[in-house]
Ligand binder design. Sequence first.
Ligand code: NDP
Length: 329
Amino acid sequence: MFNAIYLTRDEDKKVTAEVAALDESQLPEASVRVDVEYSTINYKEGLAILGRPGVVRSYPMVPGIDLAGTVSSSSDSRYGAGDKVVLNGWGVGEGHWGGLAQKASVDADWLVPLNAAFTTEQAMAIGTAGYTAMLCVLALEEHGVAPEQGPVVVTGASGGVGSTAVAILAKLGYHVVASTGRPDEAGYLTALGASEVIDRAALSEANPRPLQSARWAGAVDAVGSHTLANVLAQTLDNGCVAACGLAQGMDLTTSVAPFILRGVSLAGINSVMVPYERRVQAWDRLAADLDPTKLAAMTEVVGLSDAIDVAARILDGKVRGRVVVDVNR
Ligand code: NDP
């Protein structure tokens, strides 16, 4: 038997989340069995656990889009018992039982070996949020955004993606401007490396003019909607905005003006389906470019049964940084 967060849906489509003791025989068929050590709560787990539409595709479901642990058995030659592994995405916790459990059964193609720089707990302190932040930074670099070209803005800065992006970009030498709706977190964001902290209201004007006074060489946007439209409108010639999130909304009302008159690039980031080489590259760069003391400063660790409460907190925008779930606690 093993413990897991277990989501069920009744005839009225009401979703219930509980900690349940499950039998290993209930695990889905897949090539690798993992003794999970840590998982995490991202925004997506918040949506899944609270029964919001758009994440979980079948019930019953064990949520958790991230896991880190030790292989207990494998029918795939790439992994053997005792290997430390990490999984981010691939529909795990959405259509296939996920990481908020003491055991998981997953496809070998979805795994990467744990980078030697990290413990399994640190890997989950990074989780999909931090790994996505790294994918955003890689996209900015590949579009030619360099520290000497001007400030880079990070929206949703106090959240998981935002906090990690601030820490990485600051370590790389960028002038990082953190946009937040929580002014009381200014000290936290400055300690992570932000050079300036701005009120997110400054980027929230609805239906903004598509070209405004240009300020940003680049941006990591975890928020979408009006915020993304304002960020695009304020991006310097040939700058790049890496868009990964929708905390404010899915909509985007802008015009082609930033793209055709300023050569701005909009780089879309989807962390779910990323080829193996790119995932290893992102984890290698996290090992090089994320200060472990900053990672520790942005992380809290909770037990499996606490995950349900944290899910509600993250949707309310009340989680700062990252939450690791110790599934054995
Ligand atoms: P968090 O909840 O930790 O962070 C989101 C942050 O967005 C909040 O902390 C808050 O920052 C800000 N925010 C929340 N609501 C609003 C609002 N109404 N208007 C403006 N800002 C708001 O979530 P994550 O960091 O885990 O994820 C961030 C986003 O990125 C989510 O939408 C998530 O779904 C998406 N995501 C996408 C991935 C991908 O592969 N594309 C992967 C991972 C995440 P503050 O308080 O500082 O203002």
